[in-house]
Design a binder for this molecule. Structure first.
Ligand code: ADP
Ligand code: MG
Length: 388
């Protein structure tokens, strides 16, 4: 990374490197913006941002992946308009830093990432958090404040009303465990996964254009569903406050579509708790079943899956040693997460690839999911070299 940095910016004197991981969400999908529960794992796949101070009054940023250099004068940052491209993430973060009272100083940034883009493994939060740390250049900020600042960048500038999960786990993720996050209290606890289970992410290599608008629609639908449910349960502030029994009681008064959206969120919150409990008992069968139930709920009630994700899940479930599988991330493409037993068919990967290729003409990428630590400064430059 040093060589590339020197080639682009001339000198790497005073260079610092910050890392923020992508994540795979094991269960608890579309529950975060409903203030419910999620169970993500920070991944070894991560975004690295190398930075040096710049002597002009500008912010320069180069993305290796995009092979694009962009720059702005620092003074112009608060007034920039959204460009509907990758620079919206770093610019959005810079604007929120300034708004929060952290001066953004002239700097050169180089972005390198091993998180596949648009894959449902949250390359976007990895980009936001790593850029925020690089722009802070070691200045202290609370970890929750950082997560919320990056979330605001996505809300206010990128234009996605996302929940807190992706930014939170990129910062608070832990090596060796998943984290169960309560998206209302912003607290989490580690959840150790059975050593006898492995998780892999299978990237469908598609992201349908519908994804962003459908996400916004679902956020609105949940708000409207809550407006209906609050007539029955005035003290309920979000869908997590409505029990399944209460929901069943009130469901007939909801339009069918809203009832199905709410049912997904309410049952999904329960599945997170049951999955965590099954993990503590090393009940792989129950864990696997919950993953499949989650997928069916996302497929039929929440309607955020797609033919490619359904195919990946259904294909995985035909392979020996697969405990369960589901789509992960916002949906309409991205990845499926598959839970495997140690005795899983050794040819799992090749069978998935062959079947998917035959059906869709695309080669899915398969990533082992190794829990890794949350974002921070990287001082061991060999780590970065190894990252590609
Ligand atoms: P996901 O977060 O699941 O990967 P998103 O659609 O939320 O998918 O975010 C992907 C977007 O993030 C990309 O379209 C791009 O704008 C930006 N992005 C991610 N990684 C990089 C990178 N290494 N360089 C530049 N932009 C990136
Ligand atoms: Mg994202």
């Amino acid at each position: 990374m040093l060589d590339v940095f020197r080639r682009i910016y001339g000198s790497a004197d005073g260079i610092r490197v910050f890392r923020a991981p992508g994540r795979v969400n094991l269960i608890g999908e579309h529950t975060d913006y409903n203030l419910g529960f999620v169970l993500p794992v920070a991944l070894q796949l991560a975004t690295y941002v190398a930075t040096t101070p710049s002597s002009d009054a500008r912010l320069h940023i180069y993305s290796e992946h995009k092979q694009q250099m962009r720059e702005w004068t620092i003074a112009a940052i608060p007034f920039l308009e959204r460009e509907h491209d990758w620079t919206d993430y770093p610019v959005g973060v810079a604007r929120e830093l300034i708004r929060a009272g952290f001066a953004v100083k002239p700097a050169n940034l180089l972005v390198r990432s091993t998180v596949p883009e648009g894959s449902g493994l949250s390359s976007s939060a990895a980009l936001e958090v790593s850029c925020a740390l690089a722009l802070l250049q070691g200045r202290r900020i609370g970890r929750l404040e950082l997560a919320q600042l990056c979330q605001r960048a996505e809300h206010n500038f990128v234009g996605i009303p996302c929940g807190i999960m992706d930014q939170y786990v990129s910062i608070f993720g832990q090596a060796h465990s998943a984290i169960e996050l309560d998206c209302r209290s912003f607290t989490h606890r580690p959840v150790y996964l059975p050593e006898s289970a492995a998780f892999v992410a299978v990237n469908s290599m598609v992201k349908h254009a519908l994804a962003a608008s459908a996400y916004k629609d679902r956020v609105k639908e949940c708000i409207t569903a809550m407006d209906h449910l609050r007539q029955h349960y005035p003290s309920a502030a979000s869908l997590r406050d409505v029990s399944l029994e209460e929901f069943i009681e009130a469901a007939p008064s909801l339009p069918d579509l809203l009832a199905r959206r709410a049912r997904h969120v309410i049952t999904e919150n329960r599945r997170v708790a049951r999955f965590v409990e099954a993990a503590s008992r090393v009940d792989l069968q129950e864990m696997g079943m919950l993953l499949v139930d989650s997928h069916r709920s996302l497929q039929h009630d929440y309607e955020v899956s797609c033919a490619e994700l359904d195919f990946l899940v259904d294909t995985a479930l035909t392979i020996d040693g697969v405990c369960g599988a589901r789509m992960t991330g916002g949906g309409f493409g991205g990845s499926a997460v598959v839970m495997l037993q140690p005795n899983a068919a050794p040819d799992f990967e090749s069978r998935m690839i062959a079947a998917y290729r035959e059906r869709f003409g695309l080669t899915p990428q398969v990533y082992p999911c190794r829990p890794s630590s949350g974002a921070g400064e990287v001082t061991n430059f060999e780590t970065i070299a190894a990252a590609g």
